[in-house]
Structure formats: C-alpha cells, structure tokens
Design a protein around this ligand. Structure first.
Ligand SMILES: [Fe+2]
Length: 213
C-alpha cells in the first residue's frame, strides 16, 4: 500500500517539477508574465490573485495525497473495504486533475504553473488505526469543506483590486459547482451508511461498501 502512495506522490512531484523547470527561466520571482524575447507584458492579473491561485494549486495536490492515503488504508487486507478504497483513489485522481487544470490556467494567463518558492507537498495526513468507513467519509467531507472555503478565498483575493472577473467566474462556475455536488454526495453517503448500520453495523458497512461506493 505504501508503494501506491509513494509512486503516486512521485508521479505528481515529477510532473510538477518538470513543468516548473521548463518555465523557471522564463519567469520572474513574482510570477510575472514570461519574457521570452524582449521585455513585454500582456496580462494584468494581480500578484495577490496569482499568489492565491498558486496556493490553491498546492491545496489540490495536498488533497490528492490525503485521498491516496485513505484509499490505501481501506485496501489493507484486514480492512478490505474495496469500495471505499476505489472511491478515495478516484477522488485522489480528481484532485490531481483539479491541480493540473489550475496549473494550465495559470500558464494560460502567462504565469508560472506553481510558485517555486512556496510550493510544498504536505505528507502529514494520517488515517488512525481503527478508522471505519463512516469516519473516513466524515474526514473527506471536512476536507472538501476546507477546499471549498479555500476556493472562496481565491475568488475573494481576485475580486479585490482590478477585479479578475475571468478567474473568479472560472472558479465559481466550475470549481464551486463541483465542490457543492461533491459535498452533497458525501453527506448522502454518510446518511445512507448510517441507516444501513442501524441493526448490524459490520454487515451494514460491508453491504454499503459493495453496493454504494
Ligand atoms: Fe479539488
């Protein structure tokens, strides 16, 4: 299981570093637009907004690591909740994709894919032994709430000053939409799992894992 986490994280890190290195020489420290030939500026996105966007990119990859950890936890032979494991591995892939899409957005606006000075992956996320399926879903819901608030923070930062309508609209329309639907899905799963666990907790969790995840 640790191998899965390790390879997943290495793949993410390699992808980020190679993209980052390609643009490092073309970037200035503040993430200003690339100046390949001559000194020109073609986008007025504010640094405060870029900084918030780069922080959000970091959060998306941190969420991917957390979900990889959870997916691995539920796949251990003594726990063997394959449905939960698949659900969290899929969630990890989605978070990675969110991170890449925001990197592409930053590049489209003439900025670096990450802030090379502050980008750092958080490996501190742990799943305590004995964590059951319901606790995992609640942890995921808390994580999604955190990410949703973090996206709202980026929108707020980009609304200040020159008011970056395009990025605010992109995040509001695509990212917040997905966040709200995802949170609703997790809340539904918690409610259904609770009902199924009422008379026989272990059997209820097993059946939920096989039929609802
Ligand atoms: Fe995300």
């Amino acid at each position: 299981m640790m191998k899965s986490i390790f390879f997943g994280v290495v793949a993410i890190a390699v992808a980020i570093m190679s993209l980052s290195q390609d643009t490092v020489h073309a970037q200035q420290q503040t993430g200003e637009a690339a100046t390949v030939e001559g000194d020109y500026k073609w986008d007025n996105i504010e640094n405060k907004c870029v900084k918030a966007l780069h922080k959000q990119i970091n959060e998306e990859f941190n969420a991917a690591i957390a979900y990889l950890t959870m997916g691995s936890y539920y796949r251990q032979e003594k726990i063997n909740l394959i449905g939960f494991s698949d659900f969290f591995f899929k969630a990890a892939a989605e978070e990675r994709e969110h991170g890449i899409k925001l990197m592409e957005y930053a590049l489209m606006r003439g900025k670096g894919p990450v802030d090379k000075d502050s980008f750092s992956l958080d490996y501190s996320f742990k799943v305590e032994p004995g964590t059951d399926g319901e606790a995992g879903l609640k942890m995921a819901l808390a994580k999604e709430e955190f990410v949703t608030n973090s996206i709202r923070g980026v929108i707020k930062a980009c609304e200040a000053g020159t008011n970056d309508y395009h990025l605010a609209d992109y995040l509001t329309g695509e990212y917040l939409e997905e966040q709200h639907k995802g949170q609703r899905e997790l809340a539904e799963k918690i409610a259904t799992l609770n009902k199924m666990k009422k008379s026989a907790p272990s059997l209820g969790e097993y059946l939920f894992d096989r039929t609802h995840m």
